[in-house]
Every structure is written in structure tokens, then in C-alpha cells.
Design a protein around this ligand. Structure first.
Ligand SMILES: NC(=O)c1ccc[n+]([C@@H]2O[C@H](COP(=O)([O-])OP(=O)(O)OC[C@H]3O[C@@H](n4cnc5c(N)ncnc54)[C@H](OP(=O)(O)O)[C@@H]3O)[C@@H](O)[C@H]2O)c1
Length: 339
């Protein structure tokens, strides 16, 4: 539901992959906006972006720039959020931040509305709400109804993540490499990814920590425990960047506390908010990254029981990382805060 009140809205990172999707989702939802103030880097200063038939100038961040804004959506990376997020809150804005800067801060809510949106009901304002990592969001939407109905014992997830998750320069890097290789040219050395991504799979997203996991894996494991309020959940993630343009796919092994039937699994997932089940093996029906791009739901398919452990179920979870994994989830948070 769009807010009843007309709001003054700021977007930091408006020229980025997530920033542009913010504008698309706000428009599609007919989000009531009075003033729209768009921010990007110095490189974009004085350029304009069209929104609802009007041309909007791009501003750089400077002291006092958030004055009068009710809501500021940040998607410009950790350092910018760390520096400017608290300034927007101090100026009286509600901030929804897409970066990882505040997600694991115990003082800051980390929210997926279908899972823990209720924690925002009594939150003191102004405030900053962290939007989780894209791979975490789709995972917890799929896990929540199973946790609520049957209890969770353990989760294992292997991800197949698209290049759009790394921003606009990452999309260009894949496209340029593909173009070069298909034209028998040598591709340029990679700048965004640690290896060539075209026709490849890279088992590293972010930097490695001492525990042998990369930052994306640690984000999925830690953020899932926080959002689901299951601090002791046994969860292990293995993340892989694939040469897909958009949408992240996840193979998930979920061990429940109860033994359930496939009918119970289907009924529970089909009736859960934000989920669309596509599961018909005889017709090869299951979600794919290409097909779900541009769509809102978290798609679940290939739901089947582990023959080695009747408490464990496998499922394939796919969602648009720019949409539910970023812009849509952030705007759903804003809708919860401005009913
Ligand atoms: N892509 C995803 O699936 C996804 C999902 C969840 C969260 N996120 C997070 O969202 C954030 C943005 O991701 P993205 O994929 O949209 O990246 P992106 O496509 O690379 O866009 C980055 C944006 O930040 C702006 N920017 C850079 N320096 C700036 C500065 N000094 N002041 C103001 N704006 C500045 C850029 O403006 P210019 O065009 O002027 O350079 C651009 O608008 C990151 O924190 C990312 O981790 C991304």
C-alpha cells in the first residue's frame, strides 16, 4: 500500500542499477511524491533524470542537502552510507539504506517486511533501517513460512548470482567480454571481478575472511540469523558469480524440525506472502533467472525431499536481485514506515 501522505523523497545513487530501479518501482507503485531530490557522484553533477514526465537535476552530497526530505533511499555503497546516512537521520529523514554499513549493527533494524516488518511498528523516528543483502532477502522470504510452521534445524545454500548484483560497471564488464570473445578478440583484463566472468563461474563474491568464507557468504549467514531472530541457526552459504545478467538463483537444503509431506510443503509455501511457487517436473516448470527478471515475487520450485534425511528438503529459489533483492524491498520498508 502506498503511503497516504505525500512525501519529499531523496535518492542517493540515483544513476546506479539500484537507484534506477528505485525510480521504476516508485513510479509503478504510484508512490506519492511532492519533491524528488536525486543524488549521484560529481561525475554526474548537473545531468538530469526523467521521472513522471519531469526532468530532475542530479545533486552531489553536501552539508544540509537532506533538509526537508521525509525519506532518503541510499544505494551508493558502504562508505557513502556510513558518512551520509546519519546526517540524513539528523536532518529528520527516515533512511532506508541498501549498503552493508549498518546491517549487523544491533541498534539498527534489518528488515524484510514479509519476515520481520512488525519490528518497525514501535521504532522511534527519525531512524535508519538497513535493507539486507540481495541473496539474503530471497532466502529468508522462502525460509520464513517453513520456520513458522515446521521449525528450522539447519540451512545450506549454494548461490548462482548474476553480474547486476555488482552494479552497472559489472554488467558492462560481462557484456564487453562476451562481445570480444564472440568476435574472436581478446577481452580486456577484468576490473570488477577477480577473473574473466564471460563463459565462467567465479566462486568468490567479495573479499575472503579468515574463516575461509567470502563476504557475501558471511553476509547471508549473519543477516539470516538476525532477520529471522534465530541467533543459533546452523546456516552455511557457498556463493558463486555466474555470467547471468540479472536475478540470483539459490539451491537450498533446509532441515526442518518436523517430518512433513510434499503437500504440506507446497501448501505452506503457496500461502506465504511474497512467494510464487513454480513446481511441475513433468513440464519442466521451475523458476529461471531470465524469466523472473523484472518480477516482484520470490519464486520457489524443484521442491523435493532428501532421500538420505526425511527432515531435509531441497528447493530452488530465484528472485530479481535488483527488485525484491534491493529497490522493491526498500520501498516496501518505506511503505511500512509511512502507512
Ligand atoms: N546491485 C544489487 O543487486 C544490489 C542489491 C542490494 C544492495 N546493493 C547495494 O546498493 C548499493 C549500490 O549498488 P548498485 O548496484 O546500484 O551500484 P552502481 O550501479 O555501481 O551505482 C552506484 C551509484 O552510486 C553513485 N555514487 C558513487 N559515488 C558517489 C558519491 N560520492 N556520492 C553520491 N553518489 C555516488 C553512482 O553515481 P555516478 O553514476 O555519478 O557514479 C551511482 O549512482 C551498494 O551498496 C550495493 O552493495 C546492490
Amino acid at each position: 500500500m502506498s503511503p497516504a501522505k505525500v512525501l519529499n523523497v531523496g535518492i542517493v545513487g540515483a544513476t546506479g542499477v539500484v537507484g534506477k530501479e528505485f525510480l521504476k518501482v516508485l513510479d509503478q507503485k504510484k508512490f506519492p511524491i511532492h519533491n524528488l531530490k536525486l543524488f549521484a557522484s560529481l561525475a554526474s553533477k548537473d545531468q538530469t533524470i526523467e521521472f513522471r514526465g519531469q526532468s530532475h537535476k542530479l545533486y552531489v552530497l553536501e552539508e544540509g542537502c537532506f533538509q526537508g526530505l521525509d525519506l532518503v533511499l541510499f544505494s551508493s555503497g558502504d562508505d557513502i552510507s556510513k558518512e551520509w546516512g546519519p546526517k540524513a537521520v539528523a536532518a529528520g529523514s527516515i533512511v532506508v539504506d541498501n549498503s552493508a554499513a549498518f546491517r549487523m549493527n544491533p541498534e539498527m533494524p534489518l528488515v524484510v517486511p514479509e519476515v520481520n516488518g512488525d519490528i518497525l511498528k514501535n521504532a522511534k523516528r527519525p531512524l535508519l533501517v538497513a535493507n539486507p543483502n540481495c541473496s539474503t532477502i530471497q532466502l529468508v522470504v522462502a525460509l520464513q513460512p517453513l520456520a513458522k510452521n515446521f521449525g528450522l534445524n539447519a540451512v545450506r545454500v549454494a548461490s548462482y548470482q548474476s553480474v547486476s548484483g555488482a552494479g552497472k560497471e559489472a554488467i558492462e564488464e560481462l557484456q564487453n567480454q562476451l562481445y570480444a570473445l564472440l568476435n574472436n578478440q581478446k577481452p580486456q583484463d577484468p576490473k570488477i571481478f577477480p577473473h574473466q566472468i564471460a563463459f565462467n563461474n567465479i566462486p568468490q563474491i567479495g573479499s575472503f575472511a579468515e574463516n575461509g568464507f567470502c563476504s557475501e557468504e558471511n553476509k547471508i549467514m549473519n543477516e539470516t540469523r538476525k532477520i529471522m531472530n534465530l541467533p543459533d541457526l546452523k546456516i552455511t552459504a557457498f556463493t558463486v558469480r555466474t555470467p547471468t545478467l540479472n536475478s540470483h538463483s539459490e539451491a537450498v537444503w533446509v532441515t526442518l524440525k518436523e517430518k512433513v509431506t510434499k503437500e504440506q510443503m507446497l501448501k505452506t509455501l503457496k500461502s506465504a506472502p511474497g512467494i510464487l511457487v513454480q513446481d511441475s517436473l513433468s513440464e519442466s516448470v521451475y523458476p529461471t533467472a531470465w524469466a523472473v527478471s523484472g518480477q516482484d515475487p520470490v519464486y520457489v520450485g524443484r521442491i523435493h525431499q532428501d532421500p538420505n534425511d526425511p527432515y531435509t528438503w531441497l528447493m530452488w529459489v530465484v528472485s530479481d536481485n535488483i527488485r525484491k533483492g534491493a529497490a522493491l524491498n526498500a520501498i516496501q520498508i518505506a511503505e511500512t514506515l509511512f502507512p
